[in-house]
Ligand binder design. Structure first.
Ligand SMILES: Cc1ncc(COP(=O)(O)O)c(C=O)c1O
Length: 424
């Protein structure tokens, strides 16, 4: 692999290089375990003295290729694939925060992430402070405490579609010795690479555009490399780990200490890795990502324009639309497009919106987003249902908001479908 390859070439080629006479497409290693001729080889693997595979809960050859592909596409040094996007975000933070610690997060987030942070992490003794997406550097700094361990945000918030000012966020985090963790699910590395703007860790629900065909739930955590874990705030990365034979991650794995720790502690103990068949399918999705994303973006822009001009529509939020308050931020961080997702409201509010959703024929009502079939969803009654009214406002979810995930169908068929549903 050549590190200077463009994202399109990395999407197609990175992660797997066949040997002479080997399978051209990455093989699926559908095996829980691996055979060795002598006991010492296995002991060395357990001691992390050599690279290799011994049990698929920790690592698997197909999943390994997928991890290398996504790491290359994001421009990171290493990645760990997980069973879902939820586990990617959970492990990304558990890897650096423990009971008694605190994390600052931007409030416009996917509902499942809000629930993870405000319920489950709270029970585990990890506290969160939320800042508004347009918070000033001073306001974000005010939220940081001596026990803060990370700043977390979504690059393009689901479903509020707020574009993160990632440079500002990274500057504040770094001033306080903290890593910036960015969920890059909606943009994908094709539209935006947060590491280029200062992020330190990137997560994905690979269930979305990376798979792109709605076949496989999965997640991934990518490490940029180079963050100073030895700055005194992260002793667990520096001091010998008694649960792993005294391994000191920064000392023993200086290139990617965060990823090694995440795998050998958290994936080993909680047991939520990606499975090989899902890695295979998601890799196939990655290989066409750039082609699909261009069409998702152009279809979304055209459908958003069509709806913005429709007499039955009260508002449209798509950062790619000229005049949208996010337009300049979107152009700065995602010049190629702002994904295939946008939101709109129908005149008559959520009741009228529900009728429109029911009347759509091509676009389906699905609890999903970011795949090749157009679908719609009402977050307030579905994905964000567990949130309180206050949390809904903070997440940017109004009661009438309909989220559209624009697929790869012909744009004229999509326009006709929304038009007939709005006029019904
Ligand atoms: C931005 C974002 N992050 C994380 C998740 C959770 O991912 P998964 O459903 O793969 O667990 C989602 C799911 O919709 C999401 O949209």
């Amino acid at each position: 692999m050549n590190k200077d390859w463009k994202i399109e070439t990395l999407a197609v080629q990175a992660g797997y290089t066949p040997e002479n006479g080997g399978a051209r497409v990455v093989p699926i290693a559908q095996s829980t375990t691996y055979k060795y001729d002598d006991a010492q080889s296995v002991a060395d693997l357990f001691d992390l003295k050599r690279e290799g595979f011994f049990y698929t809960r920790l690592a698997n050859p197909t999943v390994d290729c997928f991890e290398k592909k996504v790491a290359a596409m994001e421009g990171g040094v290493a990645a760990v694939a997980t069973s879902s996007g939820q586990s990617a975000n959970a492990l990304a933070l558990l890897n650096i925060a423990r009971a008694g610690d605190h994390i600052v997060a931007v409030s416009s987030l996917y509902g499942g992430t809000v629930s993870l942070f405000t319920n489950t992490f709270k029970k585990m003794g990890i506290e969160f402070s939320f800042v508004l997406p347009d918070a000033s550097a001073e306001e974000i700094e005010k939220a940081i405490r001596p026990n803060t361990k990370a700043v977390f945000a979504e690059m393009l918030a689901n479903p509020a579609l707020v574009v993160l000012d990632v440079e500002k966020m990274a500057a504040v985090a770094h001033k306080h010795g903290l890593p910036l963790v960015v969920d890059n699910t909606f943009p994908t590395p094709y539209l935006c690479r947060p590491f280029e703007f200062g992020a330190d860790i990137v997560t994905h629900s690979t269930t979305k555009y990376l798979d792109g065909h709605a076949t496989s739930v999965g997640g991934i955590v990518v490490e940029k490399g180079g963050f100073d874990w030895g700055n005194g705030k992260f002793p667990e990365l520096v001091e010998p780990d008694p649960s792993y034979h005294g391994t000191a991650y920064v000392r023993d794995f200086p290139a990617c200490p965060y990823s090694v720790k995440l795998r050998v502690q958290w994936i080993r103990d909680l047991g939520n890795p990606m499975m090989p068949f899902n890695a295979f399918l998601t890799m196939m999705g990655c290989e066409t990502l750039h082609v699909r994303m261009d069409r998702h973006c152009s279809n979304a822009l055209e459908l958003a324009k069509f709806l913005a001009a429709h007499p039955q529509v009260s508002w449209v939020n798509y950062p790619g639309l000229e005049g949208n308050p996010q337009y300049d931020m979107a152009k700065k961080y995602m010049p190629k497009g702002v994904s295939g997702v946008f939101c709109f409201g129908v005149k008559g509010g959520s009741k009228a919106g529900e009728k429109v959703m029911n009347a759509l024929k091509l676009a389906a009502i699905c609890v999903h987003v970011a795949d090749l079939r157009t679908c719609v969803l009402h977050p307030a009654s579905m994905t964000h249902r567990q949130l309180t009214e206050e949390e809904l406002v903070a997440a940017g979810v109004s009661p009438d908001l309909i989220r559209v995930s624009v697929g790869l169908e012909h744009i004229e068929d999509l326009k006709a479908d929304f038009d007939q549903a709005l006029n019904a």
